[in-house]
Design a protein around this ligand. Structure first.
Ligand SMILES: Cc1ncc(COP(=O)(O)O)c(C=O)c1O
Length: 394
């Protein structure tokens, strides 16, 4: 198929209409750019939903996948694999000290697993989660998700979750009780409008969980690895959660999820307690190991910090932007108007960005962590022009 209309017709004829798609058919990508079927290039500040963290088709990741695909495409967790050992070795030097990992396939599966581990580890049934949270679409993760368009879709959900306002420590204190297995939160709520709390909140939650015997779970599916400028978010405030989940870009786009468990939690996980056919498979492990090596070798956490600060400063100088939320290269520009028409105008100019369900005035940026300051400037200049036009009525 060589034109947009026939590609769209073929997808729409057979796939359930679960996504409202951009009018774009992509055929390639390199670094921070993707190319559509007509040959037009787009600067990608969305990254396929925060996935392309090493940039599209990073040569080292592509080479690792190609090599592994030619050697052994799949074998399950029944056996040891050289490539899984390589991924484990790379991870052990990258994750917070002492943590061990469970490899799965997606963010929602990582969260399901973390919640199961928390319930089993504590012997308690209840979960405290945040208003405007998003943890995934399978029933357990959805049960800890409050964001209305998702949560309202498929009740009844798993009982036992209490929602409290994000950033409100007294509300968390009132909700965490003797039956609480875990407190789960995205350290920066992304779908919830790109919201971060102050440092005292994360430290306070850690103390509360310790005092009451509940586990602290950070859902870092969007914030890790490295997007906020540190490999994992807790390092910003010296907070070590009991469980961390991540997915998205951890294997640069090959499906892969990760649950990290503290030493105390990990030592009580037993044979047969968790499982997955595909998790930890050779292809995912080759991509995972290469991704971690690229992040560490190219200091992508440092680049997320530096280019993120550069981009934030440029946005704050732009008339029409009231506030910039987030950290590193997870940023939300709060506009003085609705974000969707601005997103569409940017797409017309060859730049892909995102919006959020929870806050219609937020333009959400989740670019590759390889983004260069000059690329950020191209975006900032286009946005400045668009905001100086009348995009309120589009
Ligand atoms: C914070 C967060 N948690 C969990 C998920 C679910 O991840 P997945 O789509 O890989 O199941 C997402 C997906 O957007 C997410 O943003």
């Amino acid at each position: 198929m060589t034109d947009f209309d026939s590609i769209r017709a073929a997808e729409d004829a057979f796939l359930l209409p679960t996504y409202r798609k951009l009018p774009l058919a992509l055929v390639g990508g390199r670094g921070c750019f993707v190319t559509d079927i007509t040959g037009r290039r787009y600067l990608d500040l969305y990254g396929g939903h925060a996935v392309a963290i090493t940039g599209h088709c990073h040569p080292k990741v592509v080479a690792a996948i190609r090599e592994q695909a030619g050697k052994l495409l799949f074998y399950s967790n029944l056996v040891y694999l050289d490539v899984r050992a390589r991924a484990a070795h790379a991870l052990s030097a990258f994750v917070p000290e002492g943590m061990k990992s469970f490899l799965c396939n997606s963010g929602t599966e990582a969260n399901e697993t973390a919640l199961k581990i928390a319930r089993r580890h504590t012997g308690r049934p209840a979960i405290v989660a945040m208003e405007k949270s998003f943890h995934g679409r399978t029933l357990g993760a959805l049960s800890a998700t409050e964001l209305p368009p998702y949560r309202t879709q498929a009740g009844p959900l798993v009982p036992g979750t209490t929602f409290v306002p994000f950033g409100d420590l007294p509300a968390a204190e009132a909700a965490i009780g003797a039956g609480t297995a875990a407190v789960i939160l995205e350290p920066i709520q992304s779908m919830g409008g790109v919201r971060e709390a102050d440092a005292a909140y994360y430290v306070g939650l850690r103390d509360l969980c310790d005092a009451r015997g509940a586990l602290l779970v950070f859902d870092e599916v969007q914030t890790a690895p490295a997007r906020t400028g540190r490999p994992f978010y807790g390092a910003h405030h010296d907070v070590l959660p009991d469980l961390i989940t991540t997915a998205k870009g951890i294997a640069s786009g090959v499906p892969c999820g990760l649950v990290l468990a503290s030493a105390a939690v990990a030592e009580r996980v037993k044979h047969g307690e968790q499982g997955t056919t595909f998790g930890g498979g050779p292809l995912a492990c080759a991509a995972l190991a290469a991704t971690i090596e690229v992040i560490a070798g190219e200091d992508l956490a440092g680049n997320a910090r530096r280019t993120g600060d550069h981009l934030r400063a440029a946005l704050l100088r732009t008339p029409g932007i009231a506030e910039v939320r987030g950290r590193g290269l997870l940023l939300g520009a709060v506009l003085d108007r609705k974000a969707a028409p601005v997103r569409d105008a940017l797409l017309d100019r060859g730049i892909i960005v995102s919006t959020t369900e929870a806050d219609p005035s937020v333009l959400r940026l989740l670019p590759p962590l390889t983004l260069a300051p000059e690329e950020a400037d191209v975006f900032a200049a286009a946005l400045r022009e668009i905001l100086s036009e009348d995009t309120r009525e589009r």
